[in-house]
Design a binder for this molecule. Structure first.
Ligand SMILES: *Cc1c(COP(=O)(O)O)cnc(C)c1O
Length: 385
């Protein structure tokens, strides 16, 4: 057994990030300014995004996105139940109703047929989530959206960088929100961005900055003016230059991070391939996953223990894990407000009961990966049915 605890998802920060933060802190501009602009420019070019605004979280991006799209009380928005609660919370924030739908058994992404069944005259938008970094079946989602005149805003929190049929997630004209939270593939500690059509993104930028019709930092540089007007009651969602300083260097290292993630995924899938008790994650042929999460599902009929005990057994062997996610329709707020039962999204609730997420980050050594494989195999050997 490994001697020390293997942390589930530590950040991968280096000297370049630390030096850039120090440079920002000793400059005369620390909040939204030149480094945020540079980060937006670099990341837009990398994604091929038509427009982008950097923000202080992905949740902020999803929220201003809904406001920019004009989603209002009385509207319905389709959200897959297998996601982080923020995807649905933002719909509540604008007074609309999140209609939670089930996911596909292989990818745990929004099931387009379940989404089609959930469409009503009030439906205005769909928020597909690229779960674990595996792109959603976007062709089906856009076909549905065209047919029913719905907006599509992607929750791309996990999907940097991911491709659907060769096209980068975040390069389309519809809105897509990315997260740079501490555990995501690229981090700015907290942070996010919204991509899409430049006009819509500019609207979102104003909504995310007090509703002011020009950027605050421009007021203070030499070319700027003191004058601004508030055109709507906006929010305070801007990214700081300290965050962008980290993001600039994380972006330079991203290709290397992704290379390492794939190596680890290959090692895991090989290490578990012969175990009937483990269902390993898939990558459909038409996509390139960002492999944000490595989620396995237990075949409980092959085991004498449940998922929670499996996690405890791994912890006893010094392996940290997590669960992504308790489906949104099973959280007390959504369950009680809308009367959902677990069986309303049967694929999501079944997956939840037997899923766990193994460590997957660029800092894992080959030894760490072997330790995870050996610990999982040891638990199975001990508790096989
Ligand atoms: C992390 C995450 C978010 C929220 O991201 P923040 O940047 O923390 O606001 C939203 N959706 C999903 C699926 C996430 O994993």
């Amino acid at each position: 057994m490994r001697p020390d605890f293997l942390s589930f998802s530590p950040p991968s920060l280096g000297d370049a990030e630390r030096a850039e933060v120090a440079d920002t802190l000793s400059s005369d501009w620390i909040t939204t300014g030149p480094k945020t602009k540079a980060f937006e420019a670099k990341l837009s070019a990398y994604l091929g995004a038509p427009g982008m605004v950097a923000l202080n979280s992905c949740t902020a991006g999803l929220h201003v996105g809904l406001v920019a799209l004009g989603i209002r009380p009385g509207d319905e928005v389709i959200v897959p139940s297998m996601t982080f609660a923020a995807t649905a919370n933002v719909v509540e924030h604008v007074g609309a109703r999140p209609v939670l739908v089930d996911v596909c058994p292989d990818t745990l992404n929004l099931d387009p047929e379940a989404a089609a069944r959930a469409i009503s005259p009030q439906t205005r938008a769909i928020i597909p989530v690229h779960y674990a970094g595996h792109p959603v079946d976007l062709d089906s989602v856009f076909a549905l959206a065209r047919e029913h005149e719905l907006e599509v805003m992607e929750d791309a929190a996990h999907a940097l960088p991911a491709r659907y049929k060769g096209t980068m997630v975040g390069s389309r004209s519809n809105l897509a929100a990315f997260s740079f939270y501490a555990t995501k593939n690229l981090t700015t500690i907290e942070g996010g961005c919204l991509t899409g059509d430049p006009e819509l993104v500019d609207k979102a930028r104003i909504i995310g900055h007090h509703g002011m019709n020009r950027d605050a930092w421009k007021r203070f540089d030499k070319s700027g003016s003191w004058y601004y007007e508030v055109v709507l009651p906006g929010f305070k969602y801007n990214m700081t230059d300290v965050q962008a300083a980290i993001g600039l260097h994380q972006l330079e290292r991203l290709a290397g991070f992704q290379w390492r993630r794939r190596e680890i995924v290959t090692a895991y899938s090989k290490g578990f391939g012969d175990l009937p008790a483990i269902q390993t994650p898939v990558e459909r042929p038409e996509v390139e996953s960002s492999w944000h999460l490595y989620v396995i599902r237990l075949r409980l009929e092959q085991l004498r223990i449940n998922r929670n005990t499996f996690i405890e057994e791994l912890k006893r062997r010094n392996i940290g894990t997590s669960v992504h996610y308790l489906p949104v329709h099973m959280h007390p707020f959504y369950r009680d407000k809308y009367g959902y039962k677990p069986g309303d999204c049967p694929v999501a609730s079944d997956a939840f009961s037997r899923m766990l997420t193994l460590p997957l980050h660029p800092g894992l050594s080959d030894r760490d990966v072997q330790d995870v494989v050996e610990a999982v195999r040891d638990v199975i050997a001990k508790f096989e049915a």
